[in-house]
Design a protein around this ligand. Structure first.
Ligand SMILES: Cc1cc2nc3c(=O)[nH]c(=O)nc-3n(C[C@H](O)[C@H](O)[C@H](O)COP(=O)(O)OP(=O)(O)OC[C@H]3O[C@@H](n4cnc5c(N)ncnc54)[C@H](O)[C@@H]3O)c2cc1C
Length: 343
């Protein structure tokens, strides 16, 4: 599991299948289905035998994965990534610095890496998986502009929009043999909280919907979800007492509906004088990633906030400074930034 011991120095150079010692593997998948969910969302279902090695042996919650997308020249495979395939023979020493080696490759050859959420993962034999191999759903927000009938957005958006059954998709994710529920790519950690708030924009919809499906009956609270249009309200189920409120933006400023909705469900205590008034240190979201995830285990309240970094930063200030919530009880995650490519 995740606390596997580091290999002894003499074993560092011995090549073995990656699945035996590499915690994050590269999974070659094939697009099985592409489904329009709404005006702004398209779901790709991918599958393949590589996914037999995928997962954390637990509910994925808000598990993130990395998609490796081809550049205009269509090239994506390279040694740094190929050595992460489950069957690849590689040594622990070979693996050191693989990401830096990948980054050093000319972008026109290496393609793009983008972060997405596992909306659902179904092993072979799962009642909803009709195939013989594991399959995984990824929900893409289609952002950008339509030019001459074609959506022009970032590489991931364009891939999500155009991919068809049979297309290949390489992704990075947890190695089932070495990862468990403590996996670092899962951030939803409510501990013993009995009341939660989930708040996010459209990019957080896959994570919030997946989390809602996992929640036990005794949990209460609010899921607040801002989406571009009313037609983007999706079906979601939960056994918990958490109420779900969709907030169609319909042209309003990004994040403005969430700011208001969060302030209603987490009000400023009393006349505002009682709040702890801790001013969180400023983060320049145009230069740095806003990513703060809580550690509190026994607090009765927990909040999870994700989406465009500008409004996540505002909500951070509101919750920590104005409402006096201990930041250890909140995960703040800037999933993307207006005007900035992921990398
Ligand atoms: C942990 C995590 C999980 C995520 N899960 C998902 C997911 O499941 N589904 C999903 O759709 N996204 C998800 N995202 C967000 C996604 O990674 C970004 O939106 C990413 O920038 C999209 O890549 P791209 O190639 O389309 O655009 P990029 O090349 O990165 O950006 C190109 C331009 O588009 C703008 N842009 C990027 N995203 C958006 C957007 N949503 N709306 C408007 N403009 C945008 C950028 O500011 C930039 O100007 C997640 C991000 C993180 C960190």
């Amino acid at each position: 599991m995740s606390d596997t011991q580091a290999p002894a120095p003499q074993d560092q150079a011995i090549a073995r299948p990656a699945r035996e010692h590499v915690p994050t593997l590269a999974f070659q998948t094939t697009v099985l289905r592409s489904q329009k969910l709404s005006e702004s969302f398209r779901r790709l279902t991918v599958g393949g035998t590589d996914l037999n090695d995928f997962g954390t042996n637990s509910h994925p919650l808000d598990m993130r994965i990395k998609l490796l997308l081809p550049s205009a020249s269509g090239f994506v495979a390279n040694d740094a990534i190929s050595s992460l395939r489950p069957d690849a023979l590689t040594s622990p020493a070979d693996q050191q610095g693989w990401y830096q080696r990948w980054l050093a490759i000319d972008p026109s050859e290496r393609g793009y890496m983008r972060t997405y959420t596992v909306r659902a993962f179904r092993e072979a034999g799962h009642p909803a998986n009709q195939g013989t191999e594991p399959e995984l759903d990824i929900d893409f927000v289609l952002h950008g502009e339509v030019v001459d009938g074609l959506l022009r957005g970032g590489p991931a958006t364009e891939y999500g929009d155009r991919a068809q059954a049979g297309d290949q998709l390489l992704l990075l994710g947890p190695n089932k043999a070495l990862c468990d529920a403590s996996y670092g790519g899962i951030e939803f950690r409510p501990g013993e909280a009995t009341r939660i708030v989930l708040a996010g924009d459209e990019t957080a919809v896959p994570a919030i919907c997946s989390i809602l499906e996992s929640l036990p009956e005794h949990l209460s609270g609010h899921a607040l979800i801002e989406v571009p249009e009313a037609s983007d309200i999706l079906e979601v189920s939960t056994n918990s007492e958490v109420s779900v409120q969709w907030l169609p933006r319909c042209g309003a400023e990004h994040g403005s509906l969430l700011r208001e909705a969060v302030s209603l469900v987490v009000p400023i205590p009393g006349n505002g004088q009682d709040a702890a008034a801790e001013e969180p240190e400023d983060i320049n979201v145009d230069e740095n990633i806003l990513w703060e995830t809580g550690q509190a285990q026994s607090a009765p309240f927990y909040a999870w906030i994700a989406g465009e970094a500008g409004f996540v930063k505002e909500l951070r200030r509101y919750l920590v400074r104005d409402a006096g919530i201990d930041r250890k009880q909140v995960a703040f995650m800037g999933y993307w930034r207006h005007g900035k490519q992921e990398n």
